[in-house]
Design a protein around this ligand. Sequence first.
Ligand SMILES: *Cc1c(COP(=O)(O)O)cnc(C)c1O
Length: 379
Amino acid sequence: MTAHPTYPSLLDLPPLGAGHFAAVEDKVASLLRTRSDVVVMQGEALLPLEACIRSAAAPGSVALNVVTGPYGETFGRWLRACGAEVVTLSAPFTGAVSAEQVARALRETPSIGLVSLVHAEAATGNTNPVAEIGAVVREHGALFMLDAVASVGAEPLLTDAWGVDLCVVGGQKALAGPAGVSAVAVSPRAWERMEANAQAPRGSYLSLLDWKERWTDAGRTALPHAPAQLEMLALEAAVDRVNGEGLEASFARHRSVSAAMRAGVRELPGLRPFVVRDEDAAPVATTLGVSDEVDAREVVAAALAVDAGVPLQAAGGALAKEMLRVNHYGQAARIEVAAASLEALAAGLRALGLSVDSGAALRAAEAAWDGNGNGAAAH
Ligand SMILES: *Cc1c(COP(=O)(O)O)cnc(C)c1O
């Protein structure tokens, strides 16, 4: 007989009750700086993202979809599937969209009633100025949906102050928590829009209105179905941990590790920060462009062969040859991880025949980390 490992903290738990579930929602609401209803949907973040669009986008309505990376492209497909007319505003994946560009698009098409935007794009490494864009959207009167999955915990996210009507977050990026449950804050305006949409999902796993009727409006006393208990506990632990550290401290770590990676990479041959301007770079992950002489997939493979522990990843899809990313989020938002990643990249480039001195990269990274005031009590 083989001995089976035991997982005493994972099994045989008492059921997660409605009160506990509601308390997790309240903790997320406080993290998102919102007084709106928060629904913790029982699936990966694409569930609330799709639920928001299917609920809010009625046939014949007009939506402005801002595309600064692959998630925006997905939103466009869902919006069209709902019968919405989609105006697309694309920014190069190497930068951000500006509030002026959004304002111009809204002026050109006054019938736009919904704006969808991704805050930070982990896949392309950029982040958008949501506060400014939110002001423009609010002035126009459109509903504002934000994918904040990659930004929550890594950079400021002020749902109500920025006028975000649908704010979607997940636990798996900067919170270093579970991927199996995710949350959405829904403003009163957004609920009204969904209720007016005859096509909004009902009696469906994609239905936010089901949650409203059966859970939120019913006083949050009885759960509609068995909750994803382990994931709920992990989400709560992740939120508690980031609150324990202090949100500002978490933001500072992410900002500093991003600055460190960008400064270090500028000292390595064959690589450059993919996002051009520092202010457009997402604190959650740094994407790197490679020069023509190397293939990004080979750089990642060679670097991981030297140190399998660094958070390097080859880009997917069309960018696979020319971009790679460093996922320095959660507990990986530390100078030690940036330094190890730079060392591994240097060794990988060396293995591919380039002449590399990692010393300058490490010194630049450490100077940028310190220069960001990190670790100092000032934050
Ligand atoms: C990670 C992420 C999600 C969640 O999607 P997965 O690809 O399944 O992890 C959604 N939106 C953004 C912007 C993300 O970075």
